[in-house]
Design a protein around this ligand. Structure first.
Ligand SMILES: Nc1nc2c(ncn2[C@@H]2O[C@H](COP(=O)(O)OP(=O)(O)O)[C@@H](O)[C@H]2O)c(=O)[nH]1
Ligand SMILES: [Mg+2]
Length: 650
C-alpha cells in the first residue's frame, strides 16, 4: 500500500517491456511462418528479446558516509518488510559498495568479497563472474529479522597493521588525525570490499537494482565504481544532509564522482537533502521551517550548479518510520513521495524511451523490410490479376508475345542476380577485412604490449605515457576501420541503387554502420580517466594500487567499446544485404510464376478462369499475411511512417 507510486510504475514498466518482447516474438513467428526468416535476423531478434528480458534499472546512491543513503534505500524500497532491513547507524556505516538485486539463477544470498582482493589486479567485473571467490551467506527471505541479522555482516570490521591498511588504500593520516588517532600500530578496516545481495522482493524481481556506495574514501580508491558502475546506472541519487549542508567532501564527491558520470545533460540525477527532520523543532514555526528549507535548497543548488527542481528535501528516517507504522501524516511530513514521484516519472519514462529507441534501431529495418516486401508482392499480384482479367487469351499471337517478353525479362533478371551474387562476394571480402581490422585478438595484442610496457615503467609519469600511447594506438586501429567502413558503405549503396534504378525496387535505405560513436566513446574514457587521476592525485603514490586499478578500468572500458564496435560490425555485415536479398528472391519468384501461368494458359487454352481463381486465392492469403503484420507492428507501438523516416536517418 505504501510506496505504491514507484512500485506501480515499475510494475507497469516491466509489463510494458513484456508486451514488447511478446510483439517481437510474434514478429519472429510471422517471419518464420511466411518464409521471411534467415538465420542472422532470427538471431538478432532473439538477442533483442533476451536483452529486454534481462534489462535492469539501476539506481545508484552516492554520498559521503552518514548522509543517510542506506536509510533512504530502506525507506524507499524495503519498508514493506516492517524493519530497518539494511544496517544504518551513526558513524562509518556500510563501508563496502553493495548491490541489491534479484538473481533468478543464484537464488537468495549475500556474497561478500574480501577486502584483501583489492591487492590483486582483477576487476570487480571479473570477480563477479566467479562466485567461488565470494563468501556466501544464505538468506531466509521469509524472515525479515533473519535477513536483518545477516545484513549486519555488511558492516563487519577488523584490525590490521597500519602497513596493511596503507597497502589497501585505507589509511589516511589526515582523517585519522581528525579523529585524534596518531601513529597507531593497527587500524580498523572493513572486512569486505564489495557485497552482492540477491533476494526475491517484488521490485527487485521486476528488474530494479540498487547500488549503495559508501563514502568518498571507497570511491576514490575503486576507480571501477566511478568510471564504470556509476555511469552505467540509470540514475544517481546524490544525498546531502540538511544538518551539515554542502561540506567540502560532499563537494569533492560531487565534482569527481557524481557529476562526471552523468555527462553533459545531467540525465538521471537527483539530489536528496536528507534529514530535514533535524529542522523540525525549529522555534521559527511552520513558515520559518519552509523558509529555511527553501533557503537550504537554493544555496545547495547554487553550489552544485543544478536546477532547484532536482533537489528533494526528505527525511528518510521519518519516512521509514511512517511507512512501517502506516502513519500518513508523518509520511507527508517526510516528503518521500515527491522523490518517489520523480523516480517513477522521470527515470522510468526515460528508460522506456531508451529501450524503445534501441528496439527501433535494431529491428526497425527488419519490420520495414517485411512491410516493403509484403506490399510489393501485393502490388504485383494485383497487377498480374488485372492483366490476366484483361488479356484476350484466345489471341494466340498476343499470348506468344507476352510469353516472349516474360522470358526476356527472366533472363535479363537472371543476369542481374548473378551480378548481385558477384557483388555480394566482393562485399563479403570487404566486410571481412573491416571486421578483421579490429578483431579481438588484434585489440588484445595492442593491449598486452601496452600492459607489458606499463609494468616495466617505474614511475607514474612513465605509466601515464604508456596509457596515452595505448589510447593513441587504439584510436589508430579504429581510424583504419573507418576508412574501410566507408568503402564498404559505398559498395552497399551501389548495390542497392542498381536494383532500385533498374527494377524500381522499393527504396530500402540500407542500415549503416558507423565507427564515429565508438571513437567518441574511446576519447571520453581517456579523458574521464585523466580527470579521475588528476582529482585524486594527492592520495596516489608512484605506481600505486589505485593507479594500477585506474588503468585496468580504463583498459577494460576501452576493450568493451572495441568489442561492441566489433560485434556491431559483425551483425551489420551479416544482415545489411538481407532486405535486398529478400526483395530479389521475391522479384524472381514473381517473374517465374507469371511465366509459368502464361505457359500453362498457352498450352491448354480455356484454363484462364482457373488461373485467375488461383491468383485471387493467393491475393487473399497475402492480404491476410499483411493484416497479421499490421497487428504486430501496432503491438510494437510503431507507426510505419515514423519507422520509414527513421530508416532514412540512420
Ligand atoms: N535525523 C535523521 N537521521 C537520519 C536520517 N537518515 C539517516 N539518519 C541517520 O544518519 C546516520 C547514517 O545513516 P546511514 O543510512 O547509515 O548513512 P550512510 O552512511 O549514508 O549510508 C544514522 O545514524 C541514521 O539513523 C534522517 O532522515 N533523519
Ligand atoms: Mg550506508
Amino acid at each position: 500500500m505504501r510506496n505504491l507510486e514507484f512500485k506501480e510504475q515499475l510494475h507497469e514498466y516491466s509489463q510494458w517491456r513484456e508486451d514488447i518482447v511478446q510483439a517481437i516474438e510474434m514478429f519472429r513467428e510471422w517471419r518464420g511462418r511466411y518464409k521471411f526468416n534467415d538465420p542472422q535476423s532470427t538471431e538478432k531478434l532473439l538477442s533483442i528479446m533476451s536483452n529486454l528480458q534481462s534489462d535492469q534499472i539501476t539506481l545508484a546512491f552516492a554520498a559521503e558516509f552518514s548522509r543517510g543513503k542506506t536509510e533512504l534505500i530502506n525507506a524507499l524500497f524495503f519498508a514493506d518488510t516492517g524493519v530497518r532491513l539494511l544496517p544504518s547507524s551513526p558513524g562509518r556505516t556500510t563501508m563496502s559498495p553493495t548491490e541489491i538485486f534479484w538473481d533468478e539463477e543464484g537464488g537468495s544470498y549475500i556474497r561478500l568479497l574480501n577486502i584483501e582482493s583489492r591487492l590483486e589486479d582483477i576487476s570487480l567485473m571479473e570477480h563477479k563472474q566467479n562466485p567461488d571467490r565470494w563468501t556466501q551467506v544464505d538468506l531466509d527471505c521469509e524472515s525479515p529479522t533473519q535477513m536483518q541479522k545477516a545484513f549486519k555482516e555488511l558492516v563487519a570490521t577488523k584490525r590490521v597493521s597500519r602497513k596493511m591498511a596503507e597497502d589497501l588504500g585505507l589509511w589516511s593520516e589526515r582523517e585519522a588525525a581528525e579523529q585524534g588517532i596518531v601513529n597507531p600500530d593497527s587500524v580498523e578496516i572493513p572486512c569486505w570490499r564489495h557485497a552482492l545481495i540477491s533476494f526475491p522482493q517484488t521490485l527487485l524481481k521486476e528488474g530494479l537494482c540498487i547500488l549503495d556506495t559508501p563514502g568518498l574514501n571507497a570511491l576514490g580508491s575503486e576507480p571501477e565504481l566511478t568510471l564504470s558502475m556509476l555511469p552505467n546506472a540509470q540514475a544517481i541519487i546524490f544525498v546531502l544532509a540538511a544538518d551539515t549542508g554542502v561540506t567540502k567532501s560532499d563537494m569533492e564527491m560531487w565534482k569527481n564522482h557524481v557529476n562526471v558520470s552523468r555527462g553533459a545533460n545531467k540525465q538521471g540525477l537527483a539530489v536528496v537533502m536528507n534529514k530535514i527532520d533535524s529542522m523540525w523543532d525549529d522555534l521559527a514555526g511552520e513558515d520559518g521551517y519552509e523558509e529555511s528549507i527553501e533557503k537550504q535548497i537554493k544555496s545547495s543548488a547554487d553550489i552544485l550548479g543544478l536546477d532547484k527542481s532536482r533537489i528533494f528535501p526528505v527525511s528518510a528516517k521519518q519516512g521509514l518510520l511512517a511507512k512501517v507504522k502506516s502513519d500518513n501524516d508523518l509520511l507527508g511530513k517526510s516528503r518521500l513521495n515527491l522523490l518517489e514521484h520523480y523516480l517513477s516519472e522521470d527515470i522510468l519514462k526515460q528508460r522506456r524511451q531508451i529501450l524503445m529507441d534501441i528496439v527501433q534501431k535494431d529491428i526497425g529495418f527488419l519490420v520495414n523490410e517485411s512491410v516493403g516486401v509484403c506490399d510489393t508482392r501485393l502490388e504485383s499480384l494485383a497487377m498480374q490479376l488485372d492483366e490476366f482479367q484483361k488479356v484476350d487469351f484466345e489471341n494466340q499471337e498476343m499470348t506468344g508475345k507476352l510469353m516472349a517478353e516474360a522470358r526476356d525479362q527472366q533472363s535479363a533478371y537472371q543476369a542481374n542476380v548473378e551480378n548481385f551474387q558477384a557483388s555480394r562476394k566482393v562485399f563479403s571480402v570487404q566486410a571481412k577485412m573491416l571486421i578483421d581490422s579490429f578483431a579481438k585478438d588484434k585489440v588484445d595484442d595492442v593491449i598486452r604490449s601496452a600492459r607489458m610496457e606499463m609494468k616495466k615503467s617505474l614511475t607514474t609519469y612513465g605509466m601515464k605515457q604508456n596509457i596515452r600511447k595505448l589510447f593513441d594506438d587504439l584510436r589508430d586501429l579504429l581510424q583504419e576501420s573507418v576508412d574501410m567502413s566507408n568503402e564498404t558503405r559505398r559498395l552497399v549503396k551501389a548495390i542497392h541503387k542498381k536494383f532500385r534504378d533498374e527494377y524500381g525496387f522499393k527504396e530500402i535505405e540500407p542500415k549503416f554502420f558507423s565507427i564515429k560513436q565508438y571513437q567518441f566513446e574511446l576519447e571520453q574514457i581517456f579523458e574521464e580517466g585523466e580527470a579521475f587521476r588528476n582529482s585524486t592525485k594527492t592520495t596516489m603514490t608512484e605506481q600505486s594500487l589505485v593507479i594500477n586499478k585506474l588503468y585496468s578500468t580504463l583498459i577494460f572500458n576501452a576493450r568493451d567499446v572495441l568489442n561492441r564496435a566489433h560485434e556491431e560490425a559483425v551483425s551489420w555485415s551479416g544482415t545489411v544485404l538481407t532486405p535486398l536479398m529478400h526483395q530479389i528472391k521475391n522479384h524472381k519468384k514473381q517473374i517465374e510464376s507469371r511465366l509459368q501461368m502464361l505457359r500453362k494458359i498457352n498450352e491448354s487454352k480455356g484454363d484462364v478462369t482457373e488461373n485467375i481463381a488461383q491468383l485471387e486465392h493467393e491475393l487473399k492469403l497475402l492480404t491476410q499475411q499483411r493484416k497479421e503484420l499490421n497487428l504486430i507492428v501496432k503491438n510494437l507501438q510503431y507507426e510505419e511512417d515514423v519507422l520509414e523516416d527513421e530508416a532514412v536517418v540512420s
